[in-house]
Design a protein around this ligand. Structure first.
Ligand code: MN
Ligand code: MN
Length: 457
């Protein structure tokens, strides 16, 4: 039910325990999964422990079969075959597991001998306010792939004994030139260079860079060129934490969209023998437009659905695939903007989501005159409301901000184009796309309940 009161005011004692359990699990997830690959690793570990099997290797499926499909370790589907087979379509919760960050360029390492430093060149990934990413301790996450087939996992800067990197902003004392820049240009993209070292090695040239390269060789057994065949990113270092004097919040990196990914996975883990086949999908590349082999614009969903059809019914031609997709139901689970107490005028106060009032149903996304968004038909919003109310899920409606103030998109359109029923719904977040964001524990709990309700419907 939509409500004036917050979730906290209606919380029963047994719900308080569950709420804390969901948020502490979430904090653990945020600490372990800062990149899409780490999120897939986290989910895979749980799926394998819980007896899920590789869909590609399964011959026949029957009600209750638990399966997964892992595409290049960056995009993941997990599902359970329902008692009704595919008669009522699929019930899907789809989120994304990539978050804004600073990727390393293919040739990241350079030396500035004037300043006695070695630095890493970065390229921002996703819609960031660049000035927020300076003076924040950064950890290096990702994988390096070598020509001889080695895969080196990199996770440096999370352990307190390990070093972190920093992109220093100019000191205020001599910032007159910088002060005249517009806020958004306060830090330019090519100024996002992280200090990687300041100690000279015993080389004739490039002694600062040489020293860092030697460290990389020692630690990871890689050459400089191997950094070009790598997926490396700088992400905010450190753990997610409880926030507020009342510990009602979670402050951490990557609520967009790990909050949806975790709560949908947690809800999915509670589903045992569903009536209809359920799927949770975790996509990469949403923050840069969902293109690419691991994004939702790829044919990942069609491939998973085709395998399901083939192994359940033997009829997996295009007609049967399209028919299955057209009758399927999807929640595109992505975070929304919570009304910012210090910037209320950026929101339409009548239509802004509030912290602690539950999962936000966003009927449509896009910007301006609903351009480039995806809008759920009213009847599907009604269908979802009915499910939420049947299962006592507190929820609210929201739009991203004032019309013409900006906007955004989600993976919803990649389902809508198949004629699927899809609506966006996720937790309200403060400070979205910043190195550290704020989400309410109550809203995480509401999302968990909502996604579970949808799968049970
Ligand atoms: Mn998102
Ligand atoms: Mn985003």
């Amino acid at each position: 039910m939509t409500q004036e009161k917050t979730i906290w005011e209606n919380l029963k004692p047994d719900e308080e325990t569950k709420l804390e359990s969901v948020s502490s699990g979430y904090i653990d997830f945020l600490c372990k999964a800062k990149t899409e690959a780490e999120a897939v690793d986290y989910f895979m570990e749980h799926l394998l422990k819980e007896g899920f099997q590789d869909l590609e290797k399964l011959d026949k499926l029957k009600p209750g079969t638990k399966f997964y499909f892992n595409h290049i370790g960056r995009t993941l589907a997990a599902g359970i075959v329902g008692k009704n087979d595919l008669k009522n379509g699929l019930f899907i919760i789809a989120s994304h597991i990539d978050s804004p960050r600073l990727d390393l360029k293919p040739r990241p390492l350079y030396e500035d001998s004037d300043t006695h430093t070695a630095l890493l060149k970065t390229q921002y990934y996703g819609g960031v306010k660049k000035y927020q990413w300076v003076n924040v301790p950064l950890a290096l996450h990702g994988r390096i792939f070598t020509k001889d087939g080695r895969v080196i996992k990199v996770n440096l800067g999370e352990d307190e004994k390990e070093p972190v990197l920093l992109i220093p902003d100019l000191l205020p004392h001599i910032s007159k030139m910088q002060r005249d820049r517009k806020l958004f240009d306060g830090i330019a993209a090519e100024e996002l260079n992280a200090i990687a070292g300041s100690r000279p090695g015993d080389f004739k040239e490039e002694k600062f860079k040489g020293y860092v390269l030697n460290m990389l060789k020692e630690r990871y057994s890689v050459e400089e060129e191997d950094l070009a065949s790598a997926d490396l990113a700088l992400v905010p270092a450190g753990k997610a934490r409880e926030g507020g004097f009342d510990s009602s919040l979670v402050i951490g990196y990557g609520h967009d969209d790990k909050a949806s990914a975790y709560t949908s996975f947690r809800a999915f883990q509670d589903i045992k023998e569903p009536e209809d086949t359920v799927l949770v999908l975790f996509f990469d590349k949403e923050e840069i437009g969902s293109q690419g082999t691991s994004g939702s614009q790829s044919n990942f969903l069609e491939y998973v659905a085709t395998m399901l059809l083939h192994k359940l019914t033997g009829q997996s031609d295009n007609f049967h695939l399209l028919s299955l997709l057209r009758k399927s139901n999807v929640i595109s689970s992505d975070v929304d903007a919570a009304m910012d107490p210090s910037f209320k005028s950026a929101h339409d106060e009548h239509n802004a989501a509030k912290l602690g009032s539950g999962i936000v149903i966003a009927k449509y996304s896009g910007y301006g005159g609903k351009f480039e968004g995806s809008e759920a038909p009213g009847e599907f919003v009604a269908f979802v409301r009915k499910i939420f109310e049947k299962h006592n899920v507190p929820y609210q409606f929201g739009t991203l901000g004032k019309v013409d103030e900006g906007g955004g998109g989600t993976v919803a359109q990649d389902f809508a184009r198949h004629g699927m029923n899809v609506v966006d719904a996720g937790a309200p977040v403060l400070g979205m796309h910043a190195p550290f964001e704020i989400v309410s524990k109550a809203d995480l709990y509401s999302c968990y309940k909502a996604y579970k309700a949808f799968m049970l419907h």
